[in-house]
Design a protein around this ligand. Structure first.
Ligand code: 1PR
Length: 554
């Protein structure tokens, strides 16, 4: 098998990149010190997390001159995400740190006054060209969408990079047009993650590895002009996430289950855990149907010792070999003690999950405890929480906080110190107000702590995204709790994933139209086979909501 060299400069979550490279028929060799760089014919620099963190590690280990020489010698080079950012001179994310200066310019942060930041999801890589007919750019296609996750970007100024010989592809988010990919000669770099962009992304990796990308760059693209031009909607798509609640059933097998308001036992005999299928099979099915992300929640992790919970790691390993969209894993991410008495930090647990193929970890109960402590300490960050540790090492985008709220009704806002809303769905005694109480341990324990408090605290700690469940709505098929989503969206600037209650495609359309949610998640609707992800997306497309459509075969 032909090889490609990957730079291993951080304990990064590069498993999915390795899987994508293998999928297109290449083998990875690791570079673990700068003196090995000259051995590389093709070199990939994957970037994880923070610009300053990434560049200072590369600089400290002595990699920068070796990478520059590889590029100057005209050998194939690909940068991904922060690996693209590293080509620039600098970034306002860390003004004290210099990039490779292959491109003369500085990155800055997205403006979050009118949108959620990080920019997470599927967006364009639109080839900017003066030519009237399509040109080639590493098999980027105008009908495809690519998975981005970043807070910093290089703003696109028409003609600027082109004047230095770069070909440029762009995306637009909340009115800001940014560089999505650049290429010149032997160099290509993508702000998006090709290894997480389904078939569309695998094509880009393949075009880099087999050399066709560089050979055809900027040339007329006859394949594209020959293809029928389907109307393409620009911009970030509405993200649809398939969620798999996983637990051990009574025979000891890990199964996908689904509850009604978190009760996962069969209603008929009250004993058996509902078994809706095998986790890896279902994940593959939803990927094939066009799910934009897959989330696994290990829902009884508060009982199990996660380190002994090896099947969950195996599920990730297997899934990440065939599913090329972001994978999130939740359950049991907290400081813990292993069966032999050794202490294991949340960061170490997260690291095992990342190494097995997860792109994000989701924290539930531990986030609530950490947030309560944050307020008790007078809104001071301790630096020791799981969120801060994991976000520090892997970047904010790698940390999701999963919230399990329950409604608490009150007659008037003055009856509680919590953040209330006036609800259109009054309580059992006609109460017109409610607040949302956070729960832990899968809803088994309710805290005197509300969702606004929680989400604002975890945002301050560096969480990248909120997964907003709702116990009252879970499994009801009656639609999302729009009031809850609206309250949380107005409390934070990070993206929010609406969850719980989806029963029909109309519910997805409704949550996107009536709230500013960034993504919508479904579980039972898909597991019970009532609708496929494709049917939901087709419905949304019919409602003129932009979704990522099927990308064909590699
Ligand atoms: O607290 O960090 O160990 O994480 C445990 C995780 O497990 C949390 O993310 C928590 O939400 C989840 N969890 C715990 N118990 C249950 C349960 O159902 N008994 N599942 C549970 C939460 C919520 C979604 C669900 C949506 C959509 N499930 O995953 O899929 O509600 O369902 P629907 O579309 O069918 O309505 P920790």
């Amino acid at each position: 098998m032909p090889t490609v060299h990957l730079l291993d400069y951080v304990a990064g979550n590069v498993r999915s990149l390795v899987n994508a490279i293998e999928k297109v028929g290449y083998e990875v060799e690791w570079i673990t010190s700068p003196d090995q760089v000259p051995n590389a014919e093709r070199l990939i620099l994957p970037g994880v997390g923070h610009f300053g963190h990434c560049l200072s590690q590369l600089a400290a280990a002595g990699y920068l001159p070796a990478i520059r020489k590889h590029i100057d010698d005209g050998k194939p080079f690909m940068g991904i995400c922060v690996g693209l950012q590293a080509l620039f001179k600098g970034s306002s994310e860390d003004p004290n740190c210099s990039g490779l200066s292959v491109i003369n310019g500085d990155l800055d942060r997205f403006n979050d006054s009118n949108k959620a930041v990080p920019h997470i999801g599927w967006n364009d890589a639109k080839i900017e060209t003066a030519a009237t007919s399509p040109v080639s750019f590493y098999d980027l296609r105008p009908s495809s969408k690519y998975y981005y996750v970043h807070s910093f970007k290089y703003p696109y100024k028409p003609g600027e990079l082109e004047a230095d010989g770069w070909s440029v592809a762009t995306g637009t988010y909340g009115g800001e047009t940014f560089v999505g990919a650049v290429a010149r000669g032997n160099v290509v770099a993508t702000q998006f993650h090709p290894e997480k962009s389904g078939v569309a992304g695998l094509r880009v990796i393949k075009a880099f590895l087999n050399g066709t990308g560089a050979a055809t760059l900027g040339k007329p693209n006859t394949t594209l002009s020959a293809a029928p031009s389907a109307p393409v909607s620009e911009g970030l798509t509405r993200r649809i996430i398939a969620c798999l609640d996983v637990r051990t059933n009574d025979s000891g097998d890990l199964v996908v289950t689904k509850g009604d308001q978190y009760d996962v036992r069969e209603k008929t005999d009250g004993r058996g855990v509902r078994n809706l299928g095998k986790p890896v099979e279902l994940a593959e099915r939803y990927y094939a149907q066009g799910a934009d992300e897959v989330t696994f929640l290990n829902i009884t992790s508060f009982r199990d010792c996660p380190l002994a919970d090896l099947p969950m790691l195996e599920i990730l390993r297997l899934t990440s070999k065939t599913v090329f969209v972001p994978l999130t894993i939740g359950g049991g991410i907290r400081d813990t003690v292993d069966t032999d008495g050794t202490k294991v930090s949340a960061l170490e647990i997260a690291k095992m999950y990342f190494k097995s193929g997860a792109d994000k970890v989701s924290i539930g109960s531990d986030a609530v405890t950490a947030a309560e402590e944050y307020y008790a300490a007078g809104k001071k960050l301790s630096g020791k929480t799981a969120i801060e540790q994991i976000a520090g090492a892997y970047g904010n985008q790698a940390v999701v906080v999963s919230v399990d709220p329950k409604r608490v009704y009150v007659k008037a806002p003055a009856d509680t110190t919590h953040h209330t809303i006036k609800t259109a769905f009054p309580g059992p005694a006609g109460e017109e107000y409610c607040w949302y109480a956070c729960t832990i341990k899968g809803g088994r324990e309710t805290r005197d702590f509300d969702v606004v408090q929680l989400t604002q605290a975890v945002e301050a700690m560096g969480t990248g995204e909120i997964l907003l469940n709702c116990i009252d709505k879970d499994g009801t098929n009656s639609g999302y709790d729009l009031e809850l989503i609206t309250q949380v969206k107005s409390a934070v600037h990070i993206p929010v994933i609406a969850s719980s209650g989806a029963g029909r495609p109309e519910h997805f359309a409704q949550v996107f139209r009536e709230t500013t949610t960034d993504a919508a998640l479904g579980a039972g609707i898909f597991h019970r086979g009532e609708y496929t992800v494709t049917e939901v997306k087709d419905y949304l497309a019919g409602q003129e909501l932009v979704v990522r459509q099927f990308d064909g075969e590699l």
